[in-house]
Write a protein that binds this ligand. Structure first.
Ligand code: IPD
Length: 262
């Protein structure tokens, strides 16, 4: 198949996302909830948006595999091309009408993320990046922050709500980061928080045990915006697996790893 990811249009993807989501992202749909596990919920909207996006992508790119947060079949061959979708990142926010949730869609080829788009459902902010072609917010180039010191860094910390049994380690890390940085934020959507690192609103983001659909699109966004995104040891991420994620502006996350062990 003669497919060049360079030709993917972020504008076209944004149109598809808006078209599909506006039908389903309703207050009514947010009230039809199933419990998947501890603090882990899915709404009718998550399922309907995933189905709608999957159908549209399969129609346009039938040779690309699909991995979605809500899909039953999670067996894909990562040596080929795979769409990785989180239909609503920030489902808890959506359920509570906190109006801070997004869709996150990535394209990985042979485990390398080459395209990513993150669409904030409530502000209309659309973050996207393609390998070697820069990172953008609503058409304007974005860049990570220029903060050089941890003490002037604003860090966003994901609390890994599904792993309550690891509360002690997670809270220890929170305390260590809090003591070293200017302050901590917790917004409830990993994909948006990672987008905020890419555009320089925050300087650092970390969360234990994120799933590929939470972080995949942000890998290319942060890399193209001049930052780094790794695991808690500073190693590259394997996008086919859950991972502890540390992202930053290329300077402060390295200083964090020199100062503490996560
Ligand atoms: C969750 C959100 C949340 C993070 C969780 C994620 P979901 O994604 O990103 O902020 O703390 O780890 O799983 O379930 O809303 O798609």
């Amino acid at each position: 198949m003669d497919f060049h990811y360079q030709e993917l249009s972020a504008q076209k993807m944004e149109e598809i996302i808006k078209q599909v989501s506006q039908k389903y992202l309703t207050r009514e749909a947010s009230l039809h909830i199933e419990e998947k596990g501890v603090s882990n919920f899915v709404t009718e909207a998550d399922k309907a948006i995933e189905k709608g996006i999957k159908e549209e992508l399969s129609r346009l790119y039938p040779w690309i595999q699909f991995l979605g947060e809500e899909g039953e079949d999670q067996n894909v061959d990562f040596s080929g091309a795979v769409w990785i979708l989180d239909p609503i990142d920030g489902t808890a926010n959506f359920i509570h009408d906190l109006r801070h949730s997004c869709l996150s869609l990535a394209l990985a080829i042979n485990k390398e993320v080459v395209f990513g788009i993150i669409y904030h459902y409530y502000t209309g902010e659309c973050f996207y990046a393609k390998k070697g072609m820069g990172a953008y917010l609503n058409g304007s180039p974005i860049h990570v922050s220029s903060v050089k010191e941890l003490k002037y860094s604003l860090a966003s910390f994901g609390t890994s709500p599904y792993y309550k049994e690891e509360a002690e380690g997670i809270c220890d890390n929170l305390k260590k980061v809090y003591l070293l940085c200017e302050d901590i934020r917790r917004f409830g959507s990993a994909a948006l928080e990672l987008s905020y690192v890419a555009c320089g609103r925050i300087d650092l983001y970390l969360e234990k045990g994120l799933k590929p659909w939470d972080y995949a699109a942000a890998i290319i966004l942060i890399q193209e915006a001049g930052g780094t995104i790794t695991d808690y040891q500073g190693h590259p991420i394997d996008v086919s697996k859950p991972c502890d994620i540390l992202a930053g502006n290329g300077v402060v996350e390295k200083k964090l790893l020199e100062a503490i062990t996560l």
